[in-house]
Design a binder for this molecule. Structure first.
Ligand SMILES: [Zn+2]
Length: 305
């Protein structure tokens, strides 16, 4: 085959296949979470990471009968629906499948502000928590129910320069949590951004492997078409060590459908020791004296009529 034909063929193949690399030393590491922990013994995390034994830990069970309705503005989603300038690169870090949020074509990071947030919070990372063939794996529970998958979109208060710095402050981080539930009839529902990400999971089953998606997406597309104006919010922590109590949580009650095939892909992900990474969710933590607030686009008054 002529060299240029071969080159063309290679380019074509590259277009269709996610770029998979193992042990890529170029992969940027965010320092959101510690490296040395496993889901075998979450009750002992506090021995090495004292903050995991704190009073404002996450996840929690949210009970809609006990939440406090609040009249706060909607969250503003800045550049959330603008395409990223690069393909997202999924990474298996042994604890989850994650990607660092790239800038949009407007050269800024998507951000959130308003709602319960006083500052601007830039999106830095997206990752997932899942269960096993026998168990559901969302971290938060809503009205006694655990869902199949929970996605976290982690944001850093822009007044802090790094995630490491931000996690030392109560107003350092804000995480959006969204639940996924298997829908057997998903064939007639198609969410392009989510499908792009979920279709790439089989290429990062091995620890430390990375794979680039081959389609540009927006961050907002990962929230499908849920109503972004109705949410629970409370003050909590990272759900992985060091469990920093720095997180304003925003949890959506509306559930996003996921196909059973996409869900199953998560069950083949391997950890650092080559074991199946299953049930990578932290057990529920006590709410203690905290309130969980509910913001609705119906406002507060409507509840009295
Ligand atoms: Zn998480």
């Amino acid at each position: 085959m002529h060299f240029f034909e071969l080159l063309k063929l290679c380019q074509r193949l590259l277009f269709f296949l996610p770029l998979t690399t193992a042990n890529n030393p170029e992969t940027p590491k965010t320092s959101l979470r510690a490296n040395s922990f496993t889901y075998d013994n979450p009750a002992e995390w506090h021995l090495e990471y004292p903050q995991c034994g704190g009073q404002k830990q996450s996840p929690i069970a949210i009970n809609s009968n006990k939440t406090v309705n609040v009249d706060i503005p909607a969250i503003v989603f800045g550049s959330y629906d603008v395409f990223f300038s690069n393909f997202v690169v999924l990474e298996n870090n042994g604890h989850t499948i994650k990607f660092n949020v790239p800038p949009t074509i407007e050269r800024v990071l998507p951000y959130i502000t308003n709602g319960p947030l006083k500052d601007i919070y830039e999106a830095v990372e997206v990752h997932f928590h899942w269960g096993s063939p026998l168990t559901k794996g969302s971290e938060h529970q809503l009205n006694g129910k655990r869902y199949d998958v929970e996605m976290h979109i982690v944001h850093k208060n822009s007044k802090y320069s790094t995630v490491e710095e931000a996690r030392e402050f109560e107003d350092g981080l804000s995480v959006i949590g969204a639940f996924f539930k298997v829908e057997k009839t998903i064939a007639n529902i198609f969410y392009p951004g989510l499908s792009t990400v979920f279709n790439t999971v089989p290429y990062v089953l091995r620890y430390n492997s990375t794979a680039s998606t081959q389609q540009l997406i927006t961050l907002g597309s990962l929230l499908a078409n849920i109503n972004r104006e109705n949410f629970y919010t409370y003050q909590g922590s990272l759900t992985t060590p060091p469990c920093s109590e720095a997180v304003t949580w925003i949890v959506y009650p509306e559930v996003i459908p996921i196909s059973v095939l996409h869900l199953k892909n998560f069950w083949f992900v391997r950890d650092e020791e080559g074991r199946k990474l299953l049930n990578n969710y932290r057990p529920l933590q006590p709410i203690g004296s905290r309130e969980v607030y509910y913001r609705s686009d119906m406002g507060v008054l409507n509840y009295y009529f």
